[in-house]
Design a protein around this ligand. Structure first.
Ligand code: BGC
Length: 261
């Protein structure tokens, strides 16, 4: 039997108080990892996730930090090291879509905020994590991009730019660290049912429109993404680095082309 075994590994999942991150934290803990549940503001959510992990027999602790603040990220990663003596798995999950706004009618401050959280945050976390991973020549960084690293999205240029940037960061960092025992991969979730897109899935017409953009015709569940993260973080994926894996129910394979062409 093949199992995903993350025993003796320490994992940090950013943005783990809800959405995709909470599922990732729980799944990594189920596989045996000690999990640092990072949150920005939702302390209650983070504590709930930690409690659920502990009740299931796992090991977890909550850590807060503003991911867009380089000093705060240094403290965050230092705190994880202090607690468990290292860091083997970093999941750069924290992110935001940002408000819908066309360029020219938008507020640059909001554009900058999305870039800070979605692109600078993962960079800050990676640069703090790498020295710890290097020490043991063992580490995996999973960057959570989106199908919007590939698909343009009207009104969300900050988000698409950040995710495409994070994709290239993934490849470049993978190249930089491949001979130091570190793998860097990205996953590109499609439309997964989480609070980030609640405005869409709670509106029947908007949901129908979104479902039509997915070959499988349905939204994904956070667990369906979390399982992939656990696999990529494990030694089962030991020869995978520098690439993006789509977890999107076939959003990127142009379901419209089932008809016509
Ligand atoms: C966004 C969601 C959106 C999905 C599909 C994700 O990256 O965060 O809000 O529903 O892409 O467009």
């Amino acid at each position: 039997m093949i199992t995903i075994d993350l025993q003796d590994r320490v994992a940090l999942v950013t943005g783990a108080s809800g959405g995709l991150g909470q599922a990732m934290a729980k799944t990594l803990a189920q596989a045996g990892a000690k999990v640092a549940v990072h949150y920005g503001k939702d302390q209650d959510g983070a504590h709930r996730v930690v409690q659920e992990i502990q009740q299931a027999g796992g090991v977890a602790a909550a850590f807060s930090a503003d991911i867009a603040d380089p000093g705060a990220v240094v403290k965050l990663v230092g705190g994880v090291e202090k607690q468990w003596g290292g860091l083997d798995i970093l999941v750069n999950n924290a992110g935001m879509d940002g408000p819908r706004a066309e360029v020219g009618k938008d507020d640059p401050k909001l554009w900058e905020k999305v870039i800070a959280v979605d692109l600078l945050g993962p960079y800050y976390c990676a640069r703090s994590a790498i020295p710890l991973m290097e020490k043991h020549r063992r580490g995996v960084i999973v960057n959570v991009t989106s199908v919007h690293e590939f698909i343009p999205w009207e009104g969300f240029s900050a988000y698409t730019s950040a995710k495409a940037g994070l994709s290239m960061f993934t490849k470049t960092l993978a190249q930089e660290t491949a001979n130091r025992g570190i793998r860097v991969v990205a996953i590109a979730p499609g439309a997964i049912q989480t609070p980030i897109n609640q405005n869409v899935w709670s509106d029947p017409q908007a949901l129908q429109d979104l479902d039509r953009k997915i070959s499988m015709g349905r939204l994904g569940k956070p667990e369906e993404v979390a399982q992939v993260v656990a696999f990529l973080a494990s030694d089962l994926a030991s020869y995978i680095t520098g690439t993006t894996l789509a977890v999107d129910g076939g959003m990127l394979i142009y379901p419209d082309f089932r008809h016509g062409g």
